[in-house]
Design a binder for this molecule. Structure first.
Ligand SMILES: [Zn+2]
Length: 221
């Protein structure tokens, strides 16, 4: 199993993390969300929302509950080693992961599909990222280098894959772009995926468990 000793990280600035905590307290918890019911028809896709119970057009985005290495921990170990504050998870008070959206165009759909992925950022980037994250007037376009903390199904291993985080206007989460042009996930980010391929990827995920099996009870939608 992948371990955090394999992730080279630098201790995050305590001040930056406290700032993120203050902000996180103002976020609504979604721990009571239920798995969405997804209906695929020839006319399109819709789903019964786990948050608001309404039917929405499109495909529900899948957000991983944390980096795979964290969700794989036994609950007791996770409680000891990992702390979640809003869109950040800090492991061993040292390794920082932030939630980003890895978006892919879907054929025949107006909106891209977004995988909610955890990206390891390091060193001074942590404080810089948190400052922008908390700034409601932040400019778009700043970039950070990171590595994916999740295996996205249907691709060669994506965990540890280098990505570029692109900051977007508040409150939109940052975009994650695969750096290696030759990886199939990078290809799909450019060219898009079919609805059938997407269906094959996400159906088992939503059928198996809720995505909020992370270190805290806060789900992300
Ligand atoms: Zn809803």
């Amino acid at each position: 199993m992948f371990g955090f000793l394999h992730v080279i990280g630098v201790a995050a600035g305590a001040g930056a993390l406290l700032w993120l905590r203050a902000r996180a307290r103002r976020r609504a918890a979604r721990s009571d969300d239920r798995a969405p019911v997804i209906v695929w028809t020839d006319e399109g896709v819709r789903f019964k929302c786990g948050s608001c119970d309404a039917w929405h057009v499109g495909v529900p985005n899948w957000h991983f509950g944390g980096p795979d290495a964290v969700t794989a921990m036994a609950p007791a170990e996770r409680a000891q080693r990992a702390a979640r504050e809003g869109d950040a998870i800090v492991v061993d008070e040292k390794f920082c992961f932030v939630l980003a959206l890895l978006e892919l165009p879907v054929q025949g759909m107006p909106e891209p599909y977004a995988w909610g992925v955890w990206v390891n950022i390091r060193g001074r980037d942590v404080a810089s990222f948190v400052e922008l994250y908390n700034d409601e007037h932040r400019p778009a376009g700043a970039t950070f280098e990171g590595r994916l903390g999740n295996s996205i199904p249907g691709y060669p291993e994506t965990r540890n894959l280098p990505v570029r985080l692109v900051v977007r206007p508040f409150p939109t989460r940052p975009l994650a772009e695969v750096v290696d042009d030759t990886h199939p996930l990078a290809h799909d980010q450019r060219a898009g995926v079919s609805q059938e391929a997407l269906r094959r990827q996400i159906t088992p995920l939503f059928a198996r468990e809720r995505p909020d099996a992370g270190p805290a009870a806060e789900a992300t939608v």
